[in-house]
Design a protein around this ligand. Structure first.
Ligand SMILES: Nc1ncnc2c1ncn2[C@@H]1O[C@H](COP(=O)(O)OP(=O)(O)OP(=O)(O)O)[C@@H](O)[C@H]1O
Length: 437
């Protein structure tokens, strides 16, 4: 009897526990339903990683957004996607469809695979930092740190301790335990030296030593510390000119420029349309097609010369997505500089639709005279410049593209834009001289 009552009690308790669990699960159902459907935030496995990659943007709470009205939909999805938009891009997302970019990225991968120091050149906002980060994330060192240092923004007095660190008691005001410098923090990973052209000369000498000896001596330390870093440097400056002016060490140049990747300016990229759509997709948190942007607005975005490159385009898309009504970007939703960009100006900057009359130069002298002449018409001047380069290289595309500072694919594209028939396409004589009538 005694044991039976204990048994009953145990059964009752178990039932109550099960009931409690069921009640708890039931009350949790609405909460589970209201959770966003996207993947959980993808965190880097290594605690040493400097930046955490957030959630994939496209998978943000779309279902909620679809259920709402148009305007509320975009607002909800927008704020969510902006919050979760990844800071950096995957390496294969960087070339939205441009052949030159694709080529450059493939070369970058091969350099990183072999641990060769990479120097990224390009105008401001072309994505040098993004490329550096993407190369690191692609590399075998991706689980270790990617440490970025902007050489232009560290005060000269602090630069040494920032880069190389110091031991305790190295100087008054030093942290009691000393500090690891950026080079040591990047040990096993990647050190990204942005704006390397702005590095003070004294620091260049110390950096050169670190790179050649593969060891760093923190301030106040007696012994060097071995370091193993993949170096990626970037600059918008012409380092060769800085060398000629005595502002950059030539020996350091050869250490940092194991492989040079020159990012094209946005105006030279053939994938501007895809970039626009990619950016709108990220901003809205759902795939974008032609229905989200008015044709006239898209035309402006494609033709604008983008002096601030990807940074400017990103800012413009973000602005337009924020101010648009009814889920569609119209010309009035563009910032002022794009609204004022008139179709007449469009034709001058990107004369894709313009057909030009072509006539051969009658003589070499005429060609040279044309070279010195500036017509005041950017289309005509650009055309003359390209034709001069082609003439100078006997219509050898590789040589002409080198002379013009662009890749072969860009030059072929330019020939089409400028209505310059190429010998291969037009079965023209080997190297005739042409000019715009
Ligand atoms: N592939 C990309 N897709 C979308 N936006 C991009 C991309 N690359 C760059 N951006 C935008 O451009 C901005 C600038 O990129 P990044 O810092 O890599 O350029 P940068 O060439 O290093 O510029 P700077 O020379 O001024 O340092 C980014 O913050 C981002 O808004």
């Amino acid at each position: 009897m005694y044991w039976k009552s204990w048994d009953c009690l145990a059964i009752l308790c178990r039932r109550r526990a099960i009931a409690t669990c069921l009640r708890a699960a039931h009350s949790a159902i609405p909460r589970i339903k209201s959770l966003p459907r996207g993947k959980p935030a993808r965190q880097k496995s290594s605690p040493r990683q400097e930046t955490i990659m957030p959630t994939t943007p496209v998978e943000q709470p779309l279902a909620e957004a679809e259920a709402d009205s148009d305007v509320r939909t975009s607002t909800a999805a927008r704020s969510a996607s902006s919050r979760h938009a990844p800071r950096y891009r995957d390496i294969d997302q960087l070339a939205a469809g441009d052949a030159c970019m694709h080529d450059l990225i493939e070369r970058g991968k091969r350099l990183i695979d072999r641990g060769i120091p990479v120097l990224i050149l390009g105008e401001t906002g072309t994505g040098k930092e993004y490329l550096s980060r993407a190369l690191h994330d692609y590399s075998a060192r991706r689980r270790a740190s990617w440490i970025a240092v902007n050489c232009a923004s560290i005060p000269e007095s602090l630069a040494e301790s920032e880069l190389f660190g110091y031991c305790k008691g190295a100087f008054s005001g030093a942290l009691p335990g000393g500090m690891k410098g950026k080079v040591q923090q990047a040990d096993g990973g990647t050190l990204f030296l942005d704006e390397i052209g702005d590095m003070p000369l004294a620091l260049q000498t110390r950096l050169l030593r670190v790179l050649s000896e593969r060891e760093v001596i923190p301030l106040g330390a007696r012994h060097p510390v071995p370091v193993d870093v993949q170096l990626i440097c970037a600059t918008h400056q012409d380092l060769k000119t800085l060398i000629a002016e005595g502002r950059f060490r030539e020996d350091l140049y050869y250490r940092v420029a194991g492989g040079v990747l020159r990012l094209p300016a946005l105006r030279e990229r053939s994938d501007r349309r895809r970039l626009v759509m990619q950016m709108i997709t990220e901003e809205l948190g759902r795939p974008a097609d032609d229905s989200v942007i008015e044709a006239a607005a898209l035309q402006r975005l494609l033709a604008y010369p983008w002096p601030g490159n990807l940074r400017q385009m990103h800012a413009v898309i973000r602005y337009s997505c924020a101010v648009m009504n009814g889920g569609r970007i119209e010309v009035r939703d563009l910032p002022e500089e794009l609204m004022q960009f008139q179709p007449a100006t469009l034709a001058e900057v990107h004369p894709i639709t313009r057909t030009a009359q072509i006539r051969p130069f009658t003589s070499r002298a005429e060609g040279e005279a044309g070279r010195e002449r500036s017509s005041g018409d950017p289309y005509r001047d650009e055309r003359t410049r390209v034709i001069d380069a082609l003439n100078g290289s006997r219509w050898n595309i590789s040589a002409a593209s080198r002379q013009l500072g662009m890749c072969r694919a860009s030059l072929y594209r330019k020939l089409r834009q400028l209505d310059i028939p190429h010998v291969r396409d037009q079965a023209m004589p080997a190297y005739p001289a042409y000019a715009v009538a």
